[in-house]
Design a protein around this ligand. Structure first.
Ligand code: HEM
Length: 200
C-alpha cells in the first residue's frame, strides 16, 4: 500500500501511554491482590498464583514502584488528551440517548465499527467512565497510603476504612471494563493493529 493510502488512527502518545498503562495496571492489580490477601475486606482471597510480590512487604514495594509508572503515565495521557484536543475530538460529544442507542445496537450485534478513527457512543462512554474510575482509584489510593498527611482527602472519601472499600470497588469496575474491552477487541480484531502501528 502506498504511503498516501495510510490513515492515521491513534497518535503516538496515546499508543505509548496505552501500552505502558497495560503493564502498570497489571503490576498494580496483581500486587494489590497480594496486599488485599493480607487483610481481606470481603469473605474471599485471591489465588496466590494470581498475585505478585510473594508476601505483604514485597507486594507493597511492587505496588508503590508501579504507582509512579501508572500515575506519571496517566498524567502524560491526560495532559496530551486535553492540550491536543484528542479527548474533545474522540470522546465528545456524548449524549445519554446516543449511548443507549449504541449499547442497544451492540447487544443486538448490529453496531458497525467501519471507521476506526471514530469511537461510537458506547466506546466514548466506556472510556470516559474508565478515566473517572482511574481518577477515583488514584484518589482513594492516595487517601489510604497517607491517611494522616492527606486527611482532607481521606475525610472526603468517608475515612480510611471507607476509602479502602472505594479503592477496591473502583478497581472492580476497572477489571470489568478490561474484560469487556478485551472481549470487544477479540470480536473486532482489526482494531488492534492501529493501536500498535497507529494507522490502517
Ligand atoms: C492486553 C490488553 C489490552 C488490549 C489488547 C487493548 C486494546 C485496545 C485497542 C485495540 C484499542 C482501540 C479500540 C478501537 O480503536 O476501537 C484500545 C483503546 C483503549 N484502551 Fe485498551 N487494551 C488493553 C488494555 C487496556 C487497559 C488495561 C486499559 C485501562 C485500564 C485500556 C484502556 C483503553 C483506553 C482508555 C482506550 C482509548 C484510548 C484513546 O483513544 O484515548 N486498555 N485498547
Amino acid at each position: 500500500m502506498a504511503q498516501a493510502d495510510w490513515i492515521r488512527i491513534h497518535p503516538l502518545v496515546v499508543r505509548v501511554t496505552h501500552w505502558v498503562n497495560v503493564v502498570a495496571v497489571f503490576l498494580m492489580l496483581t500486587s494489590g491482590w497480594q496486599i488485599y490477601n493480607a487483610s481481606p475486606l470481603f469473605p474471599f482471597v485471591f489465588p496466590p498464583g494470581l498475585t505478585l510480590g510473594g508476601w505483604l512487604a514485597g507486594a507493597l514495594q511492587w505496588h508503590f514502584a508501579a504507582m509512579w509508572l501508572f500515575a506519571l503515565n496517566g498524567l502524560v495521557y491526560l495532559a496530551y488528551g486535553i492540550a491536543s484536543g484528542h479527548f474533545r475530538r474522540k470522546l465528545l460529544p456524548l449524549s445519554p440517548r446516543a449511548v443507549l442507542r449504541d449499547v442497544g445496537a451492540a447487544l443486538r450485534g448490529r453496531l458497525a465499527h467501519d471507521d476506526l478513527s471514530v469511537y461510537n457512543a458506547a466506546q466514548r462512554a466506556a472510556y470516559v467512565a474508565l478515566i473517572l474510575a482511574l481518577a477515583l482509584l488514584v484518589a482513594s489510593g492516595l487517601a489510604i497510603w497517607k491517611p494522616v498527611q492527606l486527611y482532607p482527602l481521606a475525610y472526603l472519601l468517608g475515612g480510611y476504612e471507607l476509602a479502602r472499600r472505594v479503592h477496591f470497588l473502583a478497581l472492580a469496575s476497572i477489571v470489568a471494563f478490561v474484560i469487556v474491552h478485551l472481549a470487544l477487541v477479540a470480536l473486532v480484531p482489526r482494531t488492534l493493529r492501529p493501536m500498535i502501528t497507529g494507522r490502517v
